[in-house]
Design a protein around this ligand. Structure first.
Ligand code: GDP
Length: 205
């Protein structure tokens, strides 16, 4: 069995769409990135793909509420989902987000798993929990990056990891979790390994 290598550094912006019905054709395999605004999602996407400003596209005005698709090659994609948790967002937009997200998570055939970013100092906010429950209900594999791990020293970082892992059991018992820092580049290989496994699983390689 040949090992398939995905080339992260070749990832390029594909398209931005307001909802999954306008997404690129539902074929091949993709992994989605989700997280509360400011959790470090764009930084993680840039770090994992080893690019300086790939995810900046997702931050341009008008695109923050969109699903942003990036192509690693013809068959493999990374998807940056809209950041959530802005207190000031009108209720109508929150409901729209919920409808969009739950539909994408449930219906997207090529979606192999969700990578979720949570600040290691403030994990499991209300919408994080909602997201985890949807993923669990949709039988979708989920891997959590506890971001900005450099902000905590080793002991507290380890405690945050163990504590969050324990609490996860109540929302998505199968989810996995790790510490991650874009600043220090820690946990990058571990995260890439998860993405690799999901994207290449069952593809015949
Ligand atoms: P997003 O809104 O989830 O896409 O978050 P960003 O990636 O834009 O990051 C939000 C803020 O956190 C920015 O000021 C980043 O510089 C900072 N940040 C992101 N990752 C790290 C990290 O690993 N360590 C530290 N110390 N700061 C980070």
């Amino acid at each position: 069995m040949a090992i398939m290598t995905l080339t992260y550094a070749k990832t390029t912006f594909l398209t931005s769409v307001p909802n999954h019905r306008l997404a690129p054709e539902d074929r091949g395999a993709e992994v989605a990135f989700a997280g509360r605004s400011n959790a470090g999602k764009s930084s993680a996407l840039n770090t994992i793909t080893n690019q300086k400003s790939l995810a900046r596209t997702s931050k341009t005005p008008g695109r923050t509420q969109q699903l942003n698709f990036f192509a690693m090659d013809d068959d493999h994609r990374l998807v940056d989902l809209p950041g959530y948790g802005f207190a000031k967002v009108p209720q109508k937009m929150k409901l729209q987000w919920q409808a969009n997200m739950s539909e994408y998570l449930q219906k997207r055939q090529s979606l192999r798993g969700l990578l979720m970013m949570m600040d290691c100092r403030r994990p499991l906010t209300e919408y994080d929990i909602k997201m985890l429950q949807w993923c669990h209900a949709a039988n979708l594999r989920t891997h959590i990056l506890l971001t900005k791990a450099d902000k905590l020293s080793r002991g507290p970082a380890k405690s945050a990891l163990l504590d969050t892992e324990k609490k996860l059991a109540g929302f998505h018992p199968d989810a996995t979790i790790q510490l991650f820092s874009s600043l220090k580049k820690t946990g990058v290989e571990e995260a890439r390994q998860v993405i690799n496994d999901w994207l290449t699983e069952g593809s015949g390689y």
